[in-house]
Design a binder for this molecule. Structure first.
Ligand SMILES: Nc1ncnc2c1ncn2[C@@H]1O[C@H](COP(=O)(O)OP(=O)(O)OP(=O)(O)O)[C@@H](O)[C@H]1O
Length: 248
């Protein structure tokens, strides 16, 4: 399965945030999305997640012989600031979520405690009001929802930054375990996290996506090179592969 973006555009007033963006994401990989503040990472996620409409272009899921437009239900979105009903306990919310999505979730919702165990959330925590949850605990609940829904595309907007080192390591392992069934796109400003977790690094700059050559990642000064790419984003002659040439 592939997610193919072609000529995707999004403008806010005079500002061209995404301009004729082309890229192809493949199932089984974790993509690290890098870009400077205001580059348009959240805008891209919002377009993919159906939160906002693109101005033009296509976003399609392509299997071996079929293709179709990306639908809202194809996308799971873990927000950097999770929005959850604070008046419910984590357990109550997950049970409610399973009840309203029972057709999609099928048997995966039978063991709610098993899900909380997988997230290493204690019995006490799972029965506490979400209002009392830390940022990281809320992110864990969000992650549980996509384990249940199994959307084709999972977008993660800086989620691991709220986890302590132990939990971040557990979550990274969880993402590696599930990646074979999904397209995972992970937005982060933490370069070390991106190189550690992701199979491919992609830079969003001047409204387009550009794949970073894997050769750069194996070089000892890769961090300096990526910083340089971000600093001189869009300039000709930088050591990166153009997404149009390399991926479509
Ligand atoms: N609803 C909106 N209306 C007008 N402008 C917007 C809107 N949403 C985003 N923008 C603008 O689009 C640009 C891209 O913003 P976006 O939040 O997508 O960037 P980002 O890469 O996620 O940034 P950061 O890394 O700082 O979170 C910014 O200039 C922002 O001001």
């Amino acid at each position: 399965m592939k997610l193919v973006l072609q000529n995707v555009r999004k403008t806010f007033g005079e500002k061209h945030v995404l301009s004729d963006l082309n890229f192809q994401f493949e199932k089984g990989k974790i993509y690290g999305l890098l870009g400077r503040n205001g580059a348009g990472k959240t805008t891209l996620f919002n377009c993919l997640g159906g939160e906002i409409q693109t101005d033009s272009g296509t976003m399609e899921l392509i299997n071996e012989s079929t293709s179709r437009h990306l639908e809202i239900d194809d996308v799971g979105y873990v927000y950097s600031l999770p929005m959850l009903p604070e008046f419910l306990t984590g357990y109550e919310f997950v049970r409610f979520f399973i009840d309203v999505n029972v057709d999609v979730i099928e048997g995966r919702g039978n063991d709610i405690d098993g899900l909380f165990d997988m997230m290493h959330m204690t019995l006490e925590d799972r029965h506490k009001l979400i209002k009392q949850y830390s940022h990281g605990m809320k992110n864990k609940v969000q992650m549980m929802l996509f384990l249940l829904m199994k959307p084709a595309v999972i977008l993660l907007d800086e989620p691991l930054t709220s986890f302590d080192v132990i939990v971040a390591s557990e979550m990274k392992q969880l993402l590696r375990d599930i990646k074979k069934d999904h397209i995972l796109i992970f937005s982060t400003h933490i370069l070390q996290l991106a190189t550690d977790l992701c199979d491919e690094l992609v830079i969003l700059n001047h409204g387009s996506l550009t794949r970073i050559s894997p050769d750069i990642l194996t070089q000892p000064d890769f961090e300096a090179q990526i910083i340089e790419l971000l600093r001189h984003e869009g300039e000709e002659g930088s050591q990166k592969e153009n997404s149009d040439a390399g991926n479509l």
